[in-house]
Design a protein around this ligand. Structure first.
Ligand SMILES: C[S@@+](CC[C@H](N)C(=O)[O-])C[C@H]1O[C@@H](n2cnc3c(N)ncnc32)[C@H](O)[C@@H]1O
Length: 284
């Protein structure tokens, strides 16, 4: 059992480096996720690992500990409605804008975990290509977790994972059976560019996106961190751009830098003042 003092030390470290607000009573998470990290770094157990970290932890160890504490739960086409909206209205509107501005449509999947979310987006893009009038699409997928990103890049999913949210028609069209599951074909894999990005850190200055998916990560942050991240995401949205948060996530009482588009079934957000643009594309 780790002591309250050790718990506080780890909670502070996680908050500072990955934003994770551990809260009380999460000892079980530490005790289930950190033993492999302790072994990797030659420590007998988590208590020994924490004791070593308190004496001074090198950056790779801190990263490894914070990475191991991330929750990477995800599935294909999670919550379905954002993906329906993406296909039916958000992507066509972004294509129109991109064609007018003679640039590609840019999509950022900002907590992409093991890849099911950006690949769901990529499959929709592939299926919609004929409706985009030649507009190119760039999908950037980022995550804090190097382990999750490595799995995402590999694009191999087991039976359980492909049964979660992925229509069988898309499984047959875009995946090939391999020894340990199903491998996404290169046509879809190559549409997604992965990068390790900590949402707490500044984003590349030139980043501007038509569409951002940042779903089911803000739930792990405290309110000031949520506000900081949402405000900086808002600054990377182009005029008329759309932000998708998770189904249970809201900006109410946190920030006004983005607003939920009223009466929109998918719970999409946009920069203040852009609601009419999104509603117009929904009606088109
Ligand atoms: C629960 S998953 C959500 C995945 C996907 N967006 C979805 O909704 O299915 C949360 C992801 O957020 C990532 N994450 C946690 N803290 C982060 C941070 N500070 N910066 C970037 N990603 C972070 C985790 O590594 C994890 O992959």
């Amino acid at each position: 059992m780790i002591t309250p003092d050790e718990y506080t030390f780890l909670a502070d470290l996680l908050k500072k480096h990955s934003g994770l607000a551990l809260g009380p009573g999460k000892e079980y998470l530490i005790e289930s996720r950190l033993p492999p990290v302790a072994v990797t770094y030659g420590h007998a157990d988590v208590t020994a690992l924490i004791a070593a970290m308190r004496r001074g932890a090198p950056a790779p160890l801190v990263k490894h500990v914070c990475d191991a504490m991330t929750t990477n739960e995800t599935l294909f086409f999670r919550d379905s409605k954002p993906f329906v909206a993406l296909e039916k209205e958000i992507l066509p509107a972004a294509a129109k804008r991109a064609r007018e501005q003679k640039r590609p449509i840019r999509i950022w999947c900002a907590a992409s975990s093991t890849g099911q979310e950006p690949y769901s987006i990529a499959m929709i893009v592939a299926q919609s290509e004929h409706m985009l009038g030649g507009a190119k699409v760039e999908i950037t997928a980022t995550d804090y977790s190097a382990a999750a990103l490595a799995r995402a890049k590999a694009g191999v999913y087991n039976q359980f994972e492909v049964q979660r949210g992925l229509p069988v028609t898309l499984l047959m069209k875009y995946f090939a059976p391999v020894a340990d599951g199903f491998e996404l074909k290169a046509d879809i894999r190559s549409r997604v560019q992965y990068q390790e990005i900590n949402l707490l850190n500044p984003y590349p200055a030139h980043w501007q996106f038509d569409i951002i998916f940042c779903r089911n990560v803000l739930i792990y942050f405290d309110v000031p961190t949520k506000k900081d991240v949402i405000d900086r995401l808002a600054r990377t949205l182009v005029k008329g751009g759309s932000l998708f948060l998770g189904g249970t996530e809201s900006t109410l009482g946190i920030t006004d830098s983005v607003q939920r588009v009223p009466n929109h079934p998918s719970g999409v957000f946009c920069r203040d003042g852009d609601q009419a643009l999104i509603l117009a594309s929904a009606a088109a």
